[in-house]
Design a protein around this ligand. Structure first.
Ligand code: SAH
Length: 253
């Protein structure tokens, strides 16, 4: 029996899918893709007779009702998720169903939108002396967040933060950041559709971002980033410090 492949399609630019992911899509008989976010261009090389399903219009049962019989019939099935499937991809619930059917699967990672957003603003999340930690989270919206992971608690760390699925709650988000001790002038960036031709970057601060997002009508498909890493003050790394000895290189004193 064939395996199911869960594939990270990357953030949008069809050249940002892995070679492995693209090869599997190009060989697939059945393609189920998250059409609300995955760029359909990543499917451009598919076989002429490949059958394509857009999971935006399907519930879990409907997805599995396509996937399971197809694999059992010896078809090559790929499930294409946006960015990297491990982040808000809802892949575990599909895997549980495949386990129950004794169907094997593999995951092919992808470039997550938080990486594409850092690339868009040309910044490093782990800036020496500023932050060595990246927090990936989202605001509580229609789906809950565990109580210990509420934004206010996470924000207390002042780590570099990437807030998914939350651009529509910018007022509340920035109020929470301030309550958690962020200065109003802490830099923020919102990247709309990172790596797509229509990509837009909005720079602001905890004080100004709600207004900026409102004025520009950014309501979805955007990454919100906050933290000192977006600023210009930091120390140079030890890794490339001329005086610092590493496993590969002897320091100069
Ligand atoms: N698995 C995906 C995330 C899916 S959740 C990943 O790894 O990126 C969907 C959320 O991801 C969106 O609401 C938005 O916050 C973010 N997102 C997805 N694609 C994006 C892009 N190209 N640019 C900015 N944010 C994006």
């Amino acid at each position: 029996m064939e395996k199911v492949f869960f594939i990270g399609a990357g953030p949008g630019d069809p050249e940002l899918i892995t070679i492995k992911g693209k090869k599997l899509i190009d060989q697939a008989d059945i393609i189920i893709f998250a059409g609300s976010l995955v760029n359909p261009d990543v499917l451009a090389g598919r076989k002429k007779d490949a059958v394509v399903y857009d999971s935006a219009y399907m519930n879990l049962d409907e997805v599995m009702d396509v996937m399971i019989p197809a694999v059992k019939a010896g078809k090559k099935v790929v499930r294409v998720h946006t960015g990297d499937p491990s982040i808000y991809g809802a892949i575990r619930e599909q895997m549980v169903r495949l386990d129950a059917e004794k169907i094997e699967y593999e995951v092919v990672p992808g470039v997550s939108s938080f990486c594409a957003s850092a690339a868009a603003v040309k910044k490093e999340f782990t800036l020496p002396s500023v932050s060595q930690t990246v927090i990936i989270t989202r605001m509580e919206g229609r789906t809950p967040v565990p109580p210990k992971e509420k934004l206010a608690g996470l924000a207390a760390h002042h780590a570099s933060m990437c807030i998914f699925l939350s651009v529509g709650f910018m007022d509340e988000l920035c109020t929470t950041l301030k309550e958690a001790g962020y200065e109003g002038d802490t830099p923020m960036a919102v990247v709309y559709k990172a790596s797509w031709p229509e990509q837009k970057i909005y720079y602001g601060t905890v004080d100004t971002m709600p207004q900026i997002v409102k004025e520009n009508n950014v309501t979805k498909t955007a990454m919100t980033m906050v933290g000192g890493f977006l600023g210009d003050e930091f120390e140079l790394s030890k890794l490339y410090d001329a005086h610092f000895t590493t496993e590969y290189r002897k320091g100069t004193d």
